[in-house]
Design a protein around this ligand. Structure first.
Ligand SMILES: NC(=O)c1ccc[n+]([C@@H]2O[C@H](COP(=O)([O-])OP(=O)(O)OC[C@H]3O[C@@H](n4cnc5c(N)ncnc54)[C@H](O)[C@@H]3O)[C@@H](O)[C@H]2O)c1
Ligand SMILES: CC(C)[C@H](C(=O)O)[C@@H](O)C(=O)O
Ligand SMILES: [Mg+2]
Length: 370
């Protein structure tokens, strides 16, 4: 008999989502069995699947279930089927943005760590990526993602100042408290790690960035003077991430910069399919791979489930205070990779064909290595 039951709200979404989330559940179920706890999984609709079922990318029933759960495990949303040119048509990604906002998930942690066994899978030279161990702290509920997005059709002429045509506006806005709280998350994370924060902005151009830098420094000087703080402009950061990736410890940045830099950082590890994430606020939290629905490989059973499995490990750590059991998963993943097992995205020329696994086989290997 399990001592305790945890309600896990599962949101498979679209594309490879259902394939990879099955492996996350499989691994959690095995951990639960060994730890003497039960995970009660409930599947709910989000993204394109929810648009198809009820014309809403985040049905109220899904949001209610998420709020009533102990944690949310999400896979991915989106795909060409729902790419419409009609601005009024619902989009799968709106479901993801809304659930982040509704649950107040302002902190997104994306850990980028090199597995020794995967040194050959990166497109960077092994001596450049040796020792890479950083966490991106991405602000997740503010900035340009949540400002107004509008399209206008101007008739032109003197009255409206120029030629006829379309005009599109996306507003980037930050409030001081939003910067303060994400800065605190970054400094707290650094204190538990190597004690260094890199704050990324574009203060040579953007007013939001000038405020960002000022607030980050105030929080640092008043509350975290023991943490080392460096500032970098975002374009320079994009370059430094592949030039000296091992120098970074905690990287904190606003929503859109964090989105872009995290895909770049993931590739240091060899594949976007390795990058897990935790989206945290003051209530129920959500765990999701950083990658998308990978429409190019969906339905083939070849997607890498490790980011989903490692997101399930983050769920144990951050939502259920089961850090010890999370380490079982992380160690099992390292062991499977050390044994030479690969999905296609992390295989290299040296990988024997019989060591290239499908999605479900990789999940089985992780379970066997627990
Ligand atoms: N969290 C999310 O739900 C999320 C994140 C990013 C993108 N998206 C959506 O996904 C859709 C596709 O976007 P995209 O193609 O630009 O980005 P993507 O992240 O889906 O894919 C980018 C590339 O990485 C590969 N890849 C991603 N995950 C992989 C995995 N687990 N295993 C092996 N290879 C993997 C894909 O095959 C593709 O070549 C879009 O609709 C986008 O909005 C959703
Ligand atoms: C799908 C999209 C809205 C999402 C984002 O931009 O936040 C994704 O790219 C991510 O990185 O989680
Ligand atoms: Mg992204």
């Amino acid at each position: 008999m399990a001592e305790k039951t945890y309600r896990i709200c599962c949101l498979p979404g679209d594309g490879i989502g259902p394939e990879i989330i099955a492996e996350g559940k499989k691994v959690l179920a095995a951990v639960g069995e060994r730890a003497g706890v039960e995970f009660a999984f409930e599947d709910h609709l989000i993204g394109g699947a929810a648009i198809d079922a009820c014309a809403d990318p985040l049905p109220a029933e899904t949001l209610d279930a998420a709020r009533a759960s102990d944690a949310v495990l999400l896979a991915s949303v989106g795909g060409p089927k729902w790419d419409s040119t009609d601005p009024a048509a619902p989009r799968p990604e709106q479901g993801l943005l809304r659930i982040r906002k509704e649950l107040g998930l302002y902190t997104n942690l994306r850990p980028v760590k090199i597995y020794d066994a995967l040194a050959g899978a990166s497109t960077l030279r092994p001596e450049v990526i040796r020792g890479v161990d950083m966490v991106l702290v991405r602000e997740l509920t503010g900035g340009i993602y949540f400002g107004s997005h509008e399209r206008f059709y101007d008739e032109g002429g003197a009255g409206v100042g120029g030629a006829a045509g379309q005009r599109a506006v996306d507003v980037m806005e930050y409030r001081e408290y939003e910067v303060e709280r994400i800065a605190r998350q970054a400094f707290e994370a650094a204190r538990k790690r190597r004690g260094k924060v890199t704050s990324v902005d574009k203060r040579n151009v953007l007013e939001t960035s000038r405020m960002w830098r000022e607030v980050v420094h105030r929080v640092h000087d008043e509350q975290y003077p023991d943490v080392e703080l460096e500032d970098l402009l975002v374009d320079n950061t994009a370059m430094q991430l592949i030039n000296r990736p091992a120098d970074f410890d905690v990287v904190v940045t606003e929503n859109m910069f964090g989105d872009i830099l995290s895909d770049e950082a993931a590739q240091i590890t060899g594949s976007l399919g390795m990058l897990a994430s935790a989206s945290l606020g003051d209530g129920v939290s959500l765990f999701e791979p950083s990658a998308g629905s990978a429409p190019d490989i969906a339905g083939q059973g070849i997607a890498n489930p490790l980011a989903q499995i490692l997101s399930a490990a983050m769920l144990l750590t951050y939502a259920l205070d089961m850090g010890e059991q999370a380490a079982w998963i992380e160690d099992a993943v390292a062991r499977v990779l050390d044994e030479g097992w690969r999905t296609r995205d992390i295989a290299d020329e040296g990988t024997p064909a019989d060591h290239i696994l499908g999605t479900a086989e990789m999940g089985d290997r992780v379970v066997a290595a627990l």
